[in-house]
Design a protein around this ligand. Sequence first.
Ligand code: TRP
Length: 329
Amino acid sequence: MDTVLSGIRSTGHLHLGNYFGALRNFVNIQDKYNCFFFIADLHSLTTHPKPEDFHASVRIILSEYLAAGLDPEKSAIFVQSSVPEISELYVLLNMLSYKGELERTASFKDKVRKNPENVNAGLLTYPVLMAADILAHRANWVPVGRDQEQHLEIARVLARRFNNFYGADVFPEPQALRFGSDLVKVPGLDGSGKMGKSEGNGIYLYDDEKTIHRKVMKAVTDAGPAVPDSEMPEPVKNIFTLLELVSEPSTVEFFKEKYRNCSIRYGDLKKQLAADICRLTLPIRERIDDIYNNDDYLRQVTRAGTERARASASATLKEVRKAVGFREF
Ligand code: TRP
């Protein structure tokens, strides 16, 4: 069985864009692959989060993934910093990573532009740590969005370079795993662009019913009434895209027909959308609370996940150390 691995950044709550873009797909592949899912807490240190908030943010994201259907019986679910083998591999891969190539990474240049006061070495070597995550488990497949493709390419380069440099066939080259629904760009509620973290644009799995209704009713739709045979305006298209994700096909068709014959009332459309989002997310929200407050369960899940991850990574590191030339006396 092939191995799939994905790291999850531990910043903030998950929104519907995260759910439909990644999480739902992770849930669905757990029977087909040997899966490793982890919270990338080491990566998040590049932005210097406060120690007093650090654990809570890991706990939130872990609870949300579990509530949405990541299954610890099937997948290894763990926190990156609990697997020291990753850090060891990171050190070794750093020796094969060149300043020039890391500086050319789009994400690095972007961070430098946005935060010129915090250009730390961890930021520069962020893709090396990500390569260590992947290669530690000799993963075959990595689900990545567009923004991570370049990082995955660096992981491939490092796998190849390591194998060549040390004359050992330790690492397979990890490939991007694409889901059909990757093509669905989940739009935000502000009429343009994709769902993100900016205020008023996103709906979170953890939003309560009132919040969801308020956000959806405020969503941008259209300036005037629908015009016969005209192209649907972007904001209205976005509402329909969301509806297609959360509602029954017959519901979508019902409103499309109303749009076509110009009898649509955007208030009704949005009320339906809000109700159908609630139907999807409110049960998840309830489970998030249960899991977040269940110390025993979280301990059990992460212990089992860490054990599996360390077994896999230490088997790799054994070969790596041998290839590099470390010997015991
Ligand atoms: N960099 C990824 C992101 O920002 C998170 C991540 C860390 C990751 N390590 C990884 C993703 C390994 C895939 C594989 O989303």
